[in-house]
Design a protein around this ligand. Structure first.
Ligand SMILES: [Zn+2]
Ligand SMILES: [Zn+2]
Length: 130
């Protein structure tokens, strides 16, 4: 799968299928993405190849453990990295330029979802992580 940012300078390839996928409703994802939620695919870090623009990616520490990478020129969220899962890199499904190998399997952090958001599918919902 290939992914890119809004301005097109950051490009990456995910060489194998996602391990899992979920839709996160936590407040940090809401603010960071400027959206009600963020769908992520979990990739093996070693299977993510940077094609271009790696130097344009800035890291924001949204917590002690978490780093959120984004394109410094257009602001697109590129990845989510948790030090507790050092072999994983979570990629927002919305930056893929092709179909995701795995579509979302559940909702997480639904306890934090925006009051104005309605979850309209039948996927399992978890109050926090799982
Ligand atoms: Zn960009
Ligand atoms: Zn989140």
């Amino acid at each position: 799968m290939n992914a890119s940012c809004l301005c097109g300078q950051v490009k990456l390839e995910i060489k194998t299928a996602f391990i899992s996928s979920s839709i996160c409703h936590c407040q940090q994802c809401q603010k960071s993405h400027g959206a009600a939620n963020a769908a992520y695919g979990v990739a093996l870090k070693s299977d993510v190849e940077w094609i271009s623009g790696k130097k344009r990616v800035r890291k924001f520490a949204s917590s002690e453990r978490v780093r959120r990478g984004f394109c410094k020129d257009c602001g697109t969220n590129i990845y989510f990295y948790d030090k507790d899962c050092p072999n994983h890199l979570d990629i927002p499904l919305a930056i893929l330029d092709s179909e995701p190998s795995v579509t979302p399997q559940c909702h997480i952090f639904v306890d934090s979802k925006a009051a104005w958001e309605s979850i309209l599918d039948d996927l399992p919902q978890h109050s926090a992580s799982y």
